[in-house]
Design a protein around this ligand. Structure first.
Ligand SMILES: Cc1cc2nc3c(=O)[nH]c(=O)nc-3n(C[C@H](O)[C@H](O)[C@H](O)COP(=O)(O)OP(=O)(O)OC[C@H]3O[C@@H](n4cnc5c(N)ncnc54)[C@H](O)[C@@H]3O)c2cc1C
Length: 386
């Protein structure tokens, strides 16, 4: 097995190895099935509950199972190495739990927090609409005041875990601007329409969700009316960080696949790994894996220190890790030749999953806009490392 080069890791060696072992035992053997059947199975969801993965976004001091965001990144890298669909479900669940914990009403925290931490109930994140994608300020979902509460109407698209989730973090306008609500998925007026086919993360059970005269109590409001943008910024930062870490997981999986295949396949009288162009391919994957992991590590460290630089560090990590994962997966399929195009090896799935990483939680183009704007505003300052 390819060794993971640790960078002063937050998780001690034994914890990291035990997470790796869970992913290898529980997730890796099922990932192809999840991809083929477009659904995950409850035994793996339960194993994540037993391992405390669902609550890792919250520290133990807040009732969660986590030990900080750097460690959260390491967990999401490992899960992403095994299966991007499971990592995607973990991402959106973590986003909903984070928002509930930070801005949710007392009543909702009492009702939902421990359930979400334990993974007995799952959360999803509902921002995108047919006409509001990268520009989510174009939201048209609307929550109208109704006595003390609200009536929600709107249409959300491409919701990861939308077929499974019990509670939905929903962005909708009110008279005071973009706002956020927590909506139980089984309440009247919530209609879920499964998305049948998607290129990558196929097991993450996407749904379109329509809210039709859905009545919400005042305690469903997250934060205050009009707080939608700061909440989106905070929650998307968590999602982006998870996707960056998951992309490092894809890179690591590609590296392991390349090393393994190039060490056994002979062509032209020698092993693939002894051909110089193959060496260049493996070298690029190895270098980008290490560089992406360093960027994720830095973003996680800054989060744990509550340093505002973490927002930009996360954009940079996500942009680099997602684009590198696509290039690495493309090279990995190439290195496997025809077998890379078949389902005998997982590498075609890596390529399809990696492409999704470039689109979700702020596309590559959007990251370039944000990174470039920051670089120009800050006159290309040097950000200290550590
Ligand atoms: C597998 C999957 C899972 C998803 N899960 C969720 C989820 O759980 N919750 C959720 O709310 N959404 C989810 N989404 C939706 C995702 O967040 C959006 O697809 C994404 O925000 C892009 O929006 P869009 O698809 O409408 O593309 P658009 O915004 O229409 O963009 C189209 C293209 O134009 C580019 N572009 C857009 N604006 C600019 C600009 N200013 N400058 C340069 N280029 C630009 C984009 O990068 C993209 O390449 C998911 C999508 C996928 C594919």
């Amino acid at each position: 097995m390819t060794r993971v080069v640790g960078i002063d890791p937050a998780l001690d060696q034994r914890t990291r190895e035990s997470i790796r072992a869970i992913v290898d035992r529980v997730v890796v053997p099922k990932a192809a099935e999840f991809d083929r059947t477009s659904r995950v199975t409850s035994d793996v969801l339960d194993e994540f509950s037993a391992a405390g993965f669902w609550g890792a976004v919250l520290p133990e001091s807040e009732g969660g199972t986590g030990t900080g965001m750097e460690a959260f990144g390491e967990l999401h890298e490992e899960v992403g190495r095994g299966c991007s669909s499971m990592r995607s479900l973990l991402t959106v669940h973590s986003m909903a739990l984070y928002a509930l914990d930070r801005w949710g009403s007392h009543a909702y925290r009492e009702a939902w927090s421990s359930q979400l931490v334990a993974g007995r109930r799952l959360g999803a994140f509902c921002l995108t609409e047919p006409e509001a994608g990268s520009d989510f300020t174009a939201l048209s979902a609307f929550a109208t005041r109704d006595g003390a509460g609200y009536v929600l109407n709107g249409h959300k698209r491409w919701i990861t875990g939308g077929q499974l989730a019990d509670i939905l973090l929903v962005f909708a306008r009110t008279d005071k601007g973009p706002s956020v609500f927590l909506v139980a998925a089984d309440q009247p007026g919530v209609h879920r329409l499964p998305v049948p086919e998607i290129m990558g993360t196929r097991g993450s059970q996407l749904a379109d969700i329509v809210f039709e005269n859905c009545r919400l109590g005042p305690e469903a409001l997250v934060g205050h009316e009009g707080m939608g943008l700061p909440i989106a910024t905070g929650v998307l930062d968590i999602g982006r960080f998870s996707v960056a870490a998951g992309s490092v997981g894809i890179l690591q999986a590609c590296l392991e696949a390349c090393v393994s295949y190039a060490s056994k396949r002979r062509q032209g009288g020698s092993l693939l790994r002894d051909h110089q162009m193959i060496q260049q391919a493996i070298s690029t994957v190895a270098t980008n894996t290490r560089a992406a992991r360093l960027l994720v590590w830095q973003a996680g460290k800054l989060k744990d220190r509550r340093d505002p630089d973490t927002i930009m560090a996360t954009c940079i990590a996500k942009q680099f890790a997602a684009t590198s994962a696509v290039s690495a997966a493309n090279a990995t399929v190439q290195l496997h030749g025809a077998l890379g195009c078949s389902d005998e090896y997982p590498v075609a799935r890596y390529l399809r999953d990696a492409k999704v990483m470039e689109i979700i939680e702020g596309s590559t183009q959007l990251q370039h806009v944000l990174i470039s704007t920051d670089a120009c505003q800050n006159r290309a300052r040097i950000v200290p490392i550590d």
